[in-house]
Ligand binder design. Structure first.
Ligand code: GLU
Length: 450
C-alpha cells in the first residue's frame, strides 16, 4: 500500500481510538468524525502531525468541569441540576463559547459544541479559543425569580474558572440577555470586580455591544449572500424555509426579508407555521421575545396553517436554513429538499444536519454552508464586544454591522479558497474544517507539547 493509503489507515485508527475513549458520547463523536474525515489532504501536506498526535490532542479537552447546581423554585421546593463547562482549546486565545440551558444537555452535547467552537472561533480570525458550557436546567415556564436564582447558583461555582483572559461565556439555547445579566451580576458580586469582558451578550446599556443579538442570524444571511454571489446570484426573489424561532432564526428571517428574500415558514418544538406571503417578523418577535409564547399563536393570529404532523423540510424552497438544534434535518428531509429543487442549505444552528443528510445534499448538488462558518457571526461579534470592553469604547450599530459583514465575507472566502486549494472545490464543509484545523494545529505546535 502506498503512502497515501497508510495515511488514511492511520487516520481511521486514530478515529476508532477516539471512539473507544469516548464511548457513548454520540454527538461528540459525530462532530469529531465530521471534522477528521475531511482532513486527509491536509495530513498529506503535514504528515508529521500524525507523530505529534495533534488529532488526539485536539479531541481531548484541556479541562472539563462538572458541578452541582442546587436552587429553590417559587414554592420553596429544592431542585438539583448539573452544570458543565468544557474548556476545550486555548491555542488561539482564552476559552470562548456559549452556555446552553436545556434539558437535553449532557457531557456529549457540551463536548460536541465545544469541539465545533474551536474551529468556528479560529475561522473568525479573532484571538479566541474554544469552550462551551451549560446545564440540563429547563427554563421553560420558569418565573423570572427562578431564572435568577438558578443563574446565581450556577455562577457561584463557575465564577472561579472564568475571567476576561481565562474563559468568557456567552449565550446559546435558553440563555439570552436576561440570563447573561444575572450571571454577570453574580460574578461581579463574588469576584468583587466589574470585569466587563468576562462574559459577552451583555445589554448594550452596560457593556454589551450593539448587533450582538442580531449577529448570528444576520451573519447567516450574509454568508448565504456570499454563496449566492459566487454563483452570480442574489437573495432577492428567493424562497426560504427557516426552522426555529429563537434568536438565530428571528434575525436570519429579518435580514433575508430586508435583502428581498421571502421566508415562508418557521417553527418551534411544537410544529411549524406556513405563511406563503412571507413571515411577519414583527409578529414573531412579539410572540417569542416579548411574550415568551409559542409559534402556534402566530398561526392563530394570522389565520395561516400550523402543522405538527410533518417536517418543515417538506415545504418547497430555494434555500433551507436549519436554525433550531442539532440533528434536526435528517436523511429523508434532505431527500425531500433535493427532490423539491432546493439549492442551498446553510446551518444557523450547530450541527443541525446529520451526516447522512449532508451526504444526500452533497450528492444532490446542493451547496452546503457548515455551521462553524455560516453561524460564526455571533461569536465574531462577541469578540468585538470583548474588544470594546478592553478599550472602554463603543461602536455604533452601523460600524459593528459593517465589521460583521466583512468578517462573514472573509470566512466565506477562506472556506471557498481552502476547499479549492485542497482539491474540494465548492465543498465549504471541507474548506472550513481544513482552514480551522490548520490554524489551531499550527498554534499548538508552535506552543510546544502542552
Ligand atoms: N453560542 C454561540 C455559538 O454557538 C455564541 C458563542 C459566543 O458568543 O461566545 O457560537
Amino acid at each position: 500500500m502506498g503512502k497515501k493509503g497508510s495515511q488514511e489507515d492511520q487516520l481511521r485508527d486514530i478515529i476508532s481510538n477516539i471512539e473507544e475513549l469516548n464511548e457513548g458520547q454520540t454527538e461528540f463523536l459525530q462532530a469529531v468524525r465530521e471534522v477528521y474525515n475531511t482532513l486527509n489532504p491536509l495530513l498529506e501536506e503535514e504528515p508529521e502531525w500524525i507523530n505529534k498526535k495533534i488529532l488526539q490532542r485536539i479531541s481531548e479537552p484541556e479541562r472539563q468541569i462538572i458541578f452541582r447546581v442546587p436552587w429553590q423554585d417559587d414554592d420553596g421546593e429544592i431542585h438539583i441540576n448539573r452544570g458543565y463547562r468544557v474548556e476545550f482549546n486555548s491555542a488561539l486565545g482564552p476559552y470562548k463559547g456559549g452556555l446552553r440551558f436545556h434539558p437535553s444537555v449532557n457531557l456529549s452535547i457540551i463536548k460536541f459544541l465545544g469541539f465545533e467552537q474551536i474551529f468556528k472561533n479560529a475561522l473568525t480570525g479573532k484571538q479566541i479559543g474554544g469552550g462551551k458550557g451549560g446545564s440540563d436546567f429547563n427554563p421553560k415556564g420558569r418565573s423570572d425569580d427562578e431564572i435568577m436564582r438558578f443563574c446565581q447558583s450556577f455562577m457561584t461555582e463557575l465564577y472561579r474558572h472564568l475571567g476576561e483572559n481565562r474563559d468568557i461565556p456567552a449565550g446559546d439555547i435558553g440563555v439570552g440577555t436576561r440570563e447573561i445579566g444575572y450571571l454577570f451580576g453574580q460574578y461581579k458580586r463574588i469576584a468583587n470586580r466589574y470585569e466587563s469582558g468576562m462574559i459577552t451578550g451583555k445589554d448594550p446599556q452596560w457593556g454589551g455591544t450593539l448587533v450582538r443579538n442580531e449577529a448570528t442570524g444576520y451573519g447567516l444571511a450574509y454568508f448565504v449572500r456570499e454563496i449566492l454571489n459566487e454563483q452570480d446570484d442574489e437573495i432577492d426573489g428567493k424562497t426560504f424555509v427557516v426552522s426555529g424561532s429563537g434568536n438565530v432564526a428571528i434575525y436570519a428571517i429579518e435580514k433575508i426579508e430586508e435583502l428581498g428574500g421571502t421566508v415562508i415558514a418557521c417553527s418551534d418544538s411544537d410544529g411549524f407555521v406556513h405563511d406563503k406571503d412571507g413571515i411577519d417578523i414583527d409578529l414573531v418577535k412579539k410572540i417569542k421575545q416579548e411574550e415568551r409564547g409559542r409559534i402556534k399563536e402566530y398561526a392563530e393570529e394570522k389565520g395561516v396553517d400550523f402543522h405538527d404532523d410533518k417536517s418543515i423540510w417538506t415545504l418547497e424552497c430555494n434555500i433551507a436554513l436549519p436554525c433550531a438544534t442539532q440533528n434536526e434535518l435528517q436523511k429523508e428531509d434532505a431527500e425531500t429538499l433535493v427532490k423539491n429543487g432546493c439549492k442551498i442549505v446553510a446551518e444557523g444552528a450547530n450541527m443541525p444536519v446529520t451526516h447522512d443528510a449532508y451526504e444526500t445534499l452533497r450528492d444532490g448538488d446542493v451547496l452546503f454552508g457548515p455551521g462553524k462558518a455560516a453561524n460564526a457571526g455571533g461569536v465574531a461579534v462577541s469578540a468585538l464586544e470583548m474588544h470594546q470592553n478592553a478599550s472602554m469604547d463603543s461602536m455604533t450599530f452601523e460600524e459593528t454591522d459593517e465589521r460583521l459583514q466583512e468578517i462573514m465575507k472573509t470566512i466565506h472566502k477562506t472556506c471557498s479558497e481552502t476547499a479549492e486549494e485542497y482539491g474540494r472545490k465548492g465543498d465549504y464543509a471541507s474548506g472550513a474544517n481544513i482552514a480551522g484545523f490548520k490554524k489551531v494545529s499550527r498554534a499548538m505546535i508552535a506552543q510546544g507539547l502542552i
